[in-house]
Design a protein around this ligand. Structure first.
Ligand code: HPA
Length: 250
């Protein structure tokens, strides 16, 4: 297994990662967000990619999701854990908490969202009944239990277009739809990983209450403060997950 981690807002690097290399890559779909960083965590090989670039500069709707996922496949990644900052909609998704969602609703638009668009011999419809790979989710949940890290073990992630945050009415609608979390980067990333047969799970870190869940505006200061707490938990969980990950054969 070679685990890849895609880091989102608040996770542009993993301090404990023992870095062994770095690679700039070009793909048939253009340039990935940043160089891929190779390293070892708990003795397990790992590839890290900063989704928003280094420094953090690419907004959610301009991320080249196809290049990012294609590059990971090309470099030999065999599974992906995608870390993402989100807003909490359900009462259980308080700021600073970590969740491993099990479902997605996609509200994004105008993004290059499939590899199956050009030079087609036939039309392909991937199965997306379970958008996050159940076995990988289970491994993360087991790691959380082993390490005594409190997490929300399921949830529906709603992906909005961004870069603006949502209105109160939009969040009310998302709550009625069944969304527990709202973020801007979960799609098309998850579907692209499935198209390339790459097991994929999402590790969401709640940065703020979504619009209107509590009174007042959402500030960047609040988001940054909560992400600091939440990302520490996320990194501990990633560490614990590597303990349950089979070593790479190459
Ligand atoms: N909405 C969408 N994406 C987000 C939020 C939010 O409230 N917080 C962090 N990412």
């Amino acid at each position: 297994m070679t685990l890849a981690i895609i880091g989102g807002t608040g996770l542009t690097r993993i301090d404990d990662l023992h870095i062994t290399g770095q690679q700039t890559l070009d793909t048939p779909f253009g340039s990935p967000s940043a160089d891929y960083v190779f390293g070892e965590l708990n003795g397990k090989k790992l590839i890290f990619l900063a989704r928003h670039g280094t420094p953090h500069r690419i907004p959610p709707h301009q991320i080249n999701y196809r290049a990012n996922i294609w590059g990971l496949k090309q470099l030999g990644a065999t599974e992906i854990i995608a870390v993402a900052a989100v807003g909490g909609i359900s009462k259980t998704m308080a700021p600073g908490h970590v969740a491993i969602p099990d479902q997605i609703i996609d509200y994004s638009y105008g993004r290059e969202h499939t590899f199956f668009a050009e030079d087609l011999q036939h039309v392909t419809h991937i199965d997306f009944t379970e958008p996050y790979t159940p076995s990988l989710r289970q491994r993360i949940l087991q790691a959380a239990r082993d390490a005594g890290i409190e997490i929300a073990a399921r949830g529906t992630y709603g992906c909005t277009q961004g870069p603006r945050l949502e209105t109160v009415a939009e969040i009310k609608r998302m709550a009625r739809d069944g969304c527990d979390l709202v973020g801007m980067t979960g799609m098309p990333e998850a579907a692209l990983a499935r198209e390339l047969d790459l097991p994929y799970a999402n590790l969401s870190v709640v940065a703020n209450w979504a619009a209107g869940i509590v009174a007042g505006e959402i500030t960047m200061a609040e988001i940054e403060k909560n992400l600091e707490v939440g990302m520490d938990k996320a990194i501990a969980l990633l560490q614990a997950t590597t303990l349950l990950t089979k070593p790479s054969s190459v």
